[in-house]
Design a protein around this ligand. Structure first.
Ligand code: URA
Length: 481
């Protein structure tokens, strides 16, 4: 067994991994250990536990030449920022497989490949979130250094990535971003990732800020209580980020004002005080409250709600031209409240991308909105919904169909198809055979979890190709409608 000690950084892992590949060290023979902060990069080494001396350092300058595709290289790099203590060992395993000619290691249909995609996706989301939700506050004093400070808690190790993003955009203004695991300081010319050394002193994040007051006034004035959509609000600005957002302090108050029935009055009281804008409203004209978004959650049309965490409604723009219908939320969907975010959803994302579609432009939903499962040890195993359950839940699907009125529906698997047709049919007879429904088109394909259930790579890739093909067809039909 070899122990490889590295700094907790992609570049350090990469160098050590290439050396280990050159020495043909199989993944199972390596233990990856992180250098203590004080050890520094010069300590990066291969330690051979089998050697006579426990400290025998076999740092080799030999490095394997590994040719990787651009996509695979980007996946490795992004996945490396995923917070998981096993990440370096896992990345080496994937690289080892690739180096030995096993390209399926980078396929989302492979068990390691799908984990790699999931990690990279989580990191990309965390990067996006960090850029969207960091809020800088101006420090008091003209000479203050840094001029701006921000506190943020990223989900993964994306500080360096985000710091480079801000460095390119904030010109010569100096700023500091602090996180629970380190800080980045931009002095106006150079980025310092070890901000403690570059910037001695305790930089807190509690200043009053004029720009922030202006931003809040603007934010409040753009809030339109008559168009309050709490679901959309939380989807676009998840509650876990609120603590870092100055405007979030005002959101609950604005929501409750809007819900109190004085919707237009509430808006008028805020906006009407602004110079140059007069809004006249009559209390009687106030809009009736829209149906509470929790009504799906309150559904008792069948018994499935009893064992589910929550109902999972559809997601996507109501103007979508294409609606994808799955079977029912899975374990991860049940916990997160969003459809298609678990392994099947990740595979579906690959098909969507390959088909040249954008997930954000599609409406994704399920025939049944509660997770049906049975316990198996500590796991919750998916159970196919019964006909009475799909029939009960059809009410919700019909409401979604009425609202979205998609040009093309893609039925993913037998449950979605049977729900649409209101009868059980053979999936095989319908796969890739478009039919007209509700004044639009429907096309049927396999459910992505069918691909995940395949025993070998080839069969998995075939099913994935089928799903991709159906999505391409849906796109063409939607374009032609
Ligand atoms: N399977 C589905 O059919 N829907 C989901 O949302 C997730 C898995």
């Amino acid at each position: 067994m070899r122990t490889i000690v590295i700094e907790d950084r992609f570049a350090a892992w990469r160098a050590a991994a290439l050396t280990a590949l050159a020495e043909e060290l199989p993944p199972a023979s390596i233990q990856w250990r992180l250098a203590e902060a004080t050890e520094g990069p010069q300590q990066q080494a291969l330690i051979d536990d089998t050697a006579d001396s426990q400290n025998a350092v076999a740092a080799s300058s030999r490095r394997a030449e590994v040719h990787v595709s651009k996509e695979f290289a980007a996946l490795l790099k992004d996945a490396a920022s995923f917070r998981d203590p096993q990440r370096w060992a896992f990345l080496y395993k994937v690289l080892w497989r690739w180096h030995r000619g096993d390209r399926s290691a980078a396929s989302p249909a492979d068990i390691d490949g799908s984990r790699l995609y999931r990690m990279a996706k989580g990191v990309r989301r965390a990067q996006h979130d960090m850029i969207a939700y960091v809020r800088f506050r101006k420090q008091p004093g003209v000479q203050a250094v840094p001029e701006y400070v921000a506190w943020y808690e990223p989900d993964h190790d994306v500080l360096e990535w985000a710091a480079e993003h801000f460095a390119q955009r904030m010109g010569r203004s100096s700023w500091l971003i602090t996180t629970p695991r380190g800080a980045a300081f931009w002095d106006g010319c150079e980025l310092h990732l070890d901000a403690r050394r570059a910037l001695p002193g305790d930089h807190r994040y509690d200043s009053e800020d004029e720009a922030e007051a202006l931003w809040i006034a603007y934010y409040r004035s753009t809030f339109n209580p008559a168009r309050l959509n709490e679901d959309a609000l939380e989807q676009h600005m998840p509650v876990r980020f609120w603590k870092g957002l100055p405007e979030a302090h005002w959101i609950p108050g604005m929501i409750s004002e809007a819900k109190s029935g004085a919707r237009r009055l509430a808006q008028a009281s805020g906006v009407g005080t602004l110079n140059g804008k007069v809004i006249s409203v009559e209390a009687d004209a106030a809009q009736p409250a829209r149906e509470p978004p929790s009504s799906l959650n309150a559904c008792r049309r069948c018994e499935l709600w009893r064992n589910a965490t929550q109902a999972v409604g559809g997601a996507g723009p109501t103007s979508a031209r294409i609606m994808l219908i799955g079977e029912q939320p899975g374990d991860q969907e049940d916990l997160s409240g969003q459809p298609f975010v678990g392994p099947a959803g990740q595979l579906l994302d690959v098909a969507i991308e390959r088909a040249g579609l954008l997930r954000d432009r599609l409406y994704l939903t399920n025939a049944v909105k509660h997770f049906k499962w049975e316990p198996r040890g500590k796991r919750r195993l998916h159970k196919t919904p019964a006909q009475r359950e799909t029939e009960a839940c059809r009410y919700w699907l019909e409401r979604e169909l009425d609202t979205v009125r998609p040009a093309v529906i893609v039925a993913l698997g037998a449950t979605a198809l049977a729900t649409l047709l209101r009868r059980k049919v053979s999936l095989r007879d319908y796969v890739n055979a478009p039919f007209e429904i509700n004044g639009g088109w429907a096309i049927t394909t396999y459910h992505p979890s069918f691909a995940l259930r395949q025993q070998d790579e080839n069969s998995r890739d075939k099913v994935l190709d089928e799903i991709t093909g159906a999505l391409v067809r849906a796109r063409e039909m939607a374009d032609g409608c």
